[in-house]
Design a protein around this ligand. Structure first.
Ligand code: ZN
Length: 342
């Protein structure tokens, strides 16, 4: 990527209402069988067109082919029983009914590789593909087999590594691992979470990213954020370990959040996807607001390592809002790009 300030999103975009019920997480599909397969790819092409129209440089599938960023991946693995459900507390925040690990977890076949290949065929732009991180996967399951979060995370890391290598071979330029759990379980993240993530990227020649955020703009998350006080210093606990890791890019939340911007200094040397779009509000940022966030971040990240992005995925937002936010991101980055090259 030679372009200065290449823009991208943290991940998901809203799905069309003919594919799944909008503004909802875990929204059930409205199609099935061959129609669903075709519908998902049609939605992928629309999500790609929206990104291209907005001037987004590193494009993704907008996660149009998955129902949820963690569970869809797990659904494709053996060793997990989706009929046997238990209620667990996700990220210490909200209860959800989740599937149970009942035996050794394995990946019998590639999960997203065909979808990634399809995206690759649609564009010559750099593409980024998101996978759940090992710790966040562990936190979204009930484990009656390994009975150890760490052990299960290492198993998932090995599986993610297989999938990542296949995605790389399919032409993916950046593989991103979503690890919102790093913002909650600091001791575990430092003891084994970051190490498991490094296992997941072992042997990759494409770039790797980790996305650590404060979650979608859903009520459970906004209620939790109310309890975090005036300054959100969670990144301080894990950034030193990430700085020392082999991960190339760190994706973080910035605009409108209470994260002190100087925490970005802790990952100096890494490429940084700075969230300049708030996904927890339908208010559209102006390009100037985006530019302002990026300018302030430039105190702590070198210009050639700054990747303007969104705070998190935009799946729960209305489509029009998400498109307008994408456009603001593209336009805001362009303002700062011009200033830097002037
Ligand atoms: Zn996120």
């Amino acid at each position: 990527m030679n372009k200065l300030l290449p823009t991208s999103t943290a991940g998901s975009l809203p799905k069309p209402s003919w594919l799944a019920e909008p503004e909802k997480l875990w929204s059930p599909w409205k199609l099935d069988g061959d129609e669903l397969a075709e519908g998902r790819h049609d939605a992928l092409r629309l999500a790609l067109a929206d990104q291209q129209q907005a001037g987004i440089d590193i494009v993704s599938d907008g996660e149009q082919t998955r129902q949820h960023f963690v569970t869809t991946f797990i659904e494709h693995l053996s060793g997990v029983d989706f009929e046997k459900r238990e209620t667990v507390r996700i990220r210490d925040r909200y209860d959800a009914s989740v599937p149970t690990v009942v035996g050794a977890v394995t990946r019998e076949r590639p999960v997203f590789v065909n979808d990634a290949r399809f995206l690759r065929e649609q564009t010559d732009q750099p593409i980024k593909w998101a996978l759940p991180g090992p710790m966040t996967m562990v936190d979204t399951l009930y484990d009656s087999h390994y009975r150890s979060r760490e052990k299960l995370a290492w198993e998932f890391a090995a599986i993610l590594n297989q999938e990542a290598k296949d995605l790389e071979a399919a032409g993916v330029d950046i593989i991103q691992f979503d690890e919102p759990a790093f913002n909650v379980f600091f001791d575990e993240a430092n003891d084994w979470g970051v190490a498991a993530l490094e296992r997941a990227i072992e042997g990759l020649t494409c770039e790797s990213a980790v996305h650590v955020c404060y979650g979608y703009g859903i009520k459970a998350n906004t209620d939790w954020k109310e309890t975090l006080g005036a300054e959100w210093r969670q990144y301080e606990k894990t950034f030193p370990k990430l700085q020392a890791s082999g991960i190339d890019i760190v994706s973080l939340e910035c605009h409108n959040s209470h994260v002190p911007m100087d925490l970005i200094e802790l990952i100096r040397g890494k490429k940084v996807m700075v969230g300049a779009i708030d996904v927890a509000t339908t208010t559209i940022e102006t390009p100037e607001e985006v530019a302002d966030t990026l300018r302030r971040s430039l105190q702590f990240v070198d210009a050639d390592k700054l990747f303007p992005s969104t705070n998190c995925g935009m799946a729960p937002l209305p489509r029009g809002v998400a498109r307008a936010k994408l456009a603001a991101l593209g336009a805001g980055a362009e303002i700062v790009r011009r200033e830097l090259s002037a």
